[in-house]
Design a protein around this ligand. Sequence first.
Ligand code: HEC
Length: 713
Amino acid sequence: MFSIWSKRGLGVVLLAFLMAGCGQKSDVTQPVETGVTGADIIAADEHPDAWLSHGRNYAEDRFSPLAQVTSDNVSDLGLAWSFDLGTSRGIEVTPIVHDGVMYVTGTWNVVHALDARTGEELWRYDPEVDRSRAAYMCCDVVNRGVAIWGDKIFTGTIDGRLIAIDAATGEEVWDVLTVDLSRPYSITGAPRIVKGKVIIGNGGAELGVRGYVTAYDAQTGEQAWRFYTVPGNPEDGFETSLMEEISSTWTGQWWVEGGGGTVWDSMAYDPDLDLFYIGVGNGSPWNHRRRSPEGGDNLFLSSIVALRPDTGEYVWHYQTTPAETWDYTATQHMILADLDIAGETRRVIMQAPKNGFFYILDAATGELLSAENFVPVNWATHIDMETGRPVEVDGARWNSDQPFIQLPGPLGAHNWHPMSYSHDTGLVYIPAQEAPWAYIDDPDYAYQAGVWNTGGDFFINALPSDAAMFKAVKSMMKGRLLAWDPVNQKQVWAVEHGGPWNGGVLSTAGGLVFQGTADAHFAAYDAATGDEKWKFFTQTGIVAAPITYELDGEQYVTVAAGWGGSFVLGYGGVFPTGSQAKVGKILTFKLEAEGKLQPLEVARAVNSVPKPITDDPAVISAGFIAYGTYCGICHGDHAYSSGLVPNLRYSSITTDETAWQSVVLGGALANAGMPGFSDYLSRQEAESIRAYVISEANSDRTETFYEEVSVTD
Ligand code: HEC
């Protein structure tokens, strides 16, 4: 979560930038009659023809033993097939491959089954989600993939459902609602399946929800257990004594907003320890003093929590960021591994969360073994190994009337984009980034349902008009592929990219690391040195992580290309990277293949600039505030669209008051993902937004700091 918008909407603000033991393996195979079992997922290395689980195995290491494609021959890698997802929205999916079939998700939770050899579509399942729920998506209408178990495929939807589909036919088997639809919940993460239970979390902390994960019986869809990550309203009675216990770490009336703590992405499972791990998200609202005014660590925000997969029973937790206040989620990818630490082999769980520190914990107990920053950070000096807590810097905690320009910001030093742990090099490859942010308290904060609630005002110096300053901001935004030695907690090599928000990572026994980039390329690097060995122009930016599998003696490498997600919606237009929208694709490569992508249509409609409808600064500034609150999250900072959704500056609808009102208030395009705002905006406010957008189109800001980047090889 990431927003530049305060609850009062004061601003889409560029300054912000400137500124054990009990597990039995046999259990794991239950209760599947046919198809994929837990034993298969555990023995993923024995199934090179498959990619059976989100992170490839329960350890989620995303390291493949396949070694046909190597540093020496990767230059012969070519496009074997591509499948057009027919969407311009972000594509974050990790495909699942089984029995020669690849299962992927596209926009609006459509599931496609593809022939893994040819890309031919075998079936397509459309859950017909309520597209108006797009209004509750913090970070694009994305999905990170399906799960497989037995003979079924499982997928979560943006309208909070978990659905089982027959893997062979694409027929729906069951469909359960996992959330209270009166709150702004959504699902973007991939389910994980352990011992016949499908486990799914949700998102929505920015908008005001209470986080939890739920386990459902894979056969029937019946709920097995639910684990809340934060306590509810004490007056309703606590569900468990654990909830009561952790409620002592909260103050104020956190339950009004819900508290947050959503589990929207990462999970992992250790079959020997029989522990299931969840990564817990940020607080709602972000600002701790507005969420829990009398203090408190606010468990289990920003924590890794270990549970028993049979019952959801709590075993241990480690909180990365006590009293979280910066959107520092611990939902980032977690990897289990055996590492030699101080002469001893330890079973560990590793995470590089948003807050910039790389953590190694004992997987059985949660004991902190080491933590070092993997990018520059300025909010804490180090992690105190005695207490396990970060040693914070004065001023970082929103407690002055001056903004604190912080590294990392809410985009994180590492966001959801999966990392990878190579068993050969012993290195963790992290899609890392530097993206600063200025945090400032909003003393007048009051919760407003259905929109972003940060508890901060980010409006200071709201409208930079200076190109040099803009370039300076841009130059602070960095992205890199980082090879990290977890044992010694130090960088081994790094490849600098053009900016942040690059793709997830795959490493292979072929000595390669694969990653896609924001600037529309898919590349292979030598795992030991970081030398670039191969590169392919993908026409659109990549945020998803690649996979690999082998069929008929040939190794395939697949990546989903499709520029999108929070950063892109908000800033893709302001910080162009060379990515085009509208070409979301599944791309599959193998040696000696010579496929070509259809040439890119570089049809950028350059419509005429609409005539101003008012020059009243009060109207335009009211429009700016309302735009920041309700529109900027999708249509972009300063109405600079990334191209994922229409560029309002040049939309013909902007020139037509009736059409504008019917779209913006009436919800005429709600089925296309453009929610109607009649619950929030009056006619007059909608008009002021129109006036603001048109004034932006006529402003000289376009020339001053928008530089178009051409989309080329
Ligand atoms: C959740 C994301 C989201 C939010 C928030 C959002 N929009 Fe949209 N908007 C869209 C999408 C997606 C479309 C394209 C729909 C389609 O394909 O026709 C769109 C289309 C439009 C269009 C039609 C443009 C055209 O040329 O077809 C207008 C006008 C518009 N939005 C205005 C607004 C305004 C004003 C706000 C704030 C009050 C807003 N939108 C908030 C996602 C959003």
